[in-house]
Structures are given as C-alpha cells and as structure tokens.
Design a protein. Structure first.
Length: 251
C-alpha cells in the first residue's frame, strides 16, 4: 500500500481523534498509583474512549483482547491487562492507546512512574520522550524519513541507552498501520521516503536501559527486554505540514 496524503477534511478528523486520545492519556495519568491493577487501567481507558464517541483501536485488533496496552518495567509494548497484575511503588508503566473517530485513527503512548521512582528510571523516561522531539525536528517536507530515525537513535545512544529495532512506528489514517514503516534507528545506507505535506505518521521511540534485543512472552503479545532491563515508550501521531510538524495527539 502506498503512503497516503490526507485531505484537509481527513486531517481535521484526525485532529479531532488526536485531541480525544490526548485527553484520555491525561486522565489515565491521573489514576496511575500503587495498587491499581492493569485491568482497572484498561477498563477506565475504554470507558473514556467510548464516552467520547470513539472506538478503541486496539480491542480485537489481530486478536488483542484489551483497549489499552499496559506494559510494566521490562515490558516494552503490548502488555495485556490483568486483574491480578498490580502496579507497585517505583514501577514504570507504559500506556499505549488508539482511538477511531468517524473512521480515522490516532495512536499515542506515554510512560509514567508509579509513585516515587529511582533517578535512573526517571532519566530513561525523560530521554525516551525527548528523543521523540529530537526526531520530529526533521519531520519536514523535503527531508527523508530516516533523518527522523537517525536523530532518535543519535540522542538515545548518546545518553547510554539503546533503541528497540524489532518494532517500528508506522503511517496512520483510516487504518491503524499504514505505510511507511518508521524505524527508530537509521537502516544502513537507505534514506527512506521523502516527506510530503499531508502525510500522517505514528512516531514512537521504544528505548531500553540495556541492550536493544527483545523477545515475546508465551501470550504471543507481550514484548520484553531480553536482558531484563527497563524500557520506556513515547508516541504521538504527527502531521507533516508545509512547515513545522503538527503533533495531533498532544494537548
């Protein structure tokens, strides 16, 4: 499938979807505390999404059983909510969520500390978030996609962390996953597509405190760091404009 260029009408619907998703993330952040279960987070998140007139993108997608991916500590992405899985003081937890609003999608992720976290975990979360913003400095028309990828990788590795390579960002629009795939590192030699106004991209650094290798648990969803170190995730849906990129899923 070719990379789609969105019309003004489509972009406005994606802005609306992004605003709703940003508000869901803001409200979910307020309930993160020691003792809450990952199932409670998912249930509340789905309620918020449906109350806003949206459909949760993830529920049932390729068989995924929940609306919010809740990933704790060494879980990189796609953690499955569970009534028996509670958050504890000092954990870090990544929430990845998507909404469908009038046929158009938005996708965003945030990593939060639970109660008081150690300085190294806080630094991991801060570097992961900042790497996103370093990357989108290059999300401008005429630049190549892998300039975004390379900027993320440079910042992450300069700070002593590693970028997950087995998982990537993606185009987004009517479908949650559209072309192009967006690695968070620069593939050898290749430059990637040239960016054009109207492209909508889900850019999502996944950063490990240790090495970049990951593996999947027996549930066939939860991806964890191979060396057991912690991982953080930060994602937004981004519009390529004639000038500065527009972040659609940030209030």
């Amino acid at each position: 499938m070719a990379v789609t260029i969105k019309s003004e009408q489509e972009i406005q619907l994606m802005r609306d979807a992004g605003k709703i998703l940003a508000e869901v993330h803001e409200r979910l952040a307020e309930i993160i505390a020691p003792g809450i279960t990952t199932w409670d987070i998912d249930r509340k998140g789905e309620e918020m999404i449906r109350e806003a007139g949206c459909i949760p993108s993830f529920k049932g997608y390729q068989g995924y059983p929940a609306s919010i991916c809740v990933s704790i500590n060494d879980e990189v992405v796609h953690g499955i909510p569970n009534k028996d899985h509670r958050l504890f003081e000092g954990d870090i937890v990544s929430l990845d969520a998507g909404v469908i609003y009038q046929g158009y999608q938005s996708d965003a992720a945030r990593t939060h500390g639970v109660g008081k976290v150690d300085p190294e975990s806080q630094r991991l979360m801060d570097v992961t978030k900042e790497s996103f913003f370093r990357g989108i400095e290059y999300a401008r028309p005429g630049n190549h996609l892998y300039q975004v990828s390379a900027a993320i990788q440079r910042f992450v590795e300069k700070n002593g962390y590693s970028v997950v390579r087995a998982l990537v960002g993606h185009g987004i629009g009517r479908e949650m996953h559209e072309e192009p795939q967006i690695p968070n590192y620069k593939p050898m030699i290749r430059r990637g597509i040239r960016l054009r106004p109207g492209m909508t991209l889900a850019i999502e650094p996944m950063v490990n405190a240790g090495k970049y290798e990951v593996w999947m648990l027996e549930d066939d969803w939860t991806v964890v760091t191979r060396d057991g170190t912690r991982s953080a995730h930060y994602e937004n849906t981004v519009l390529i404009t004639e000038g500065d990129p527009e972040i659609l899923s940030l209030l």
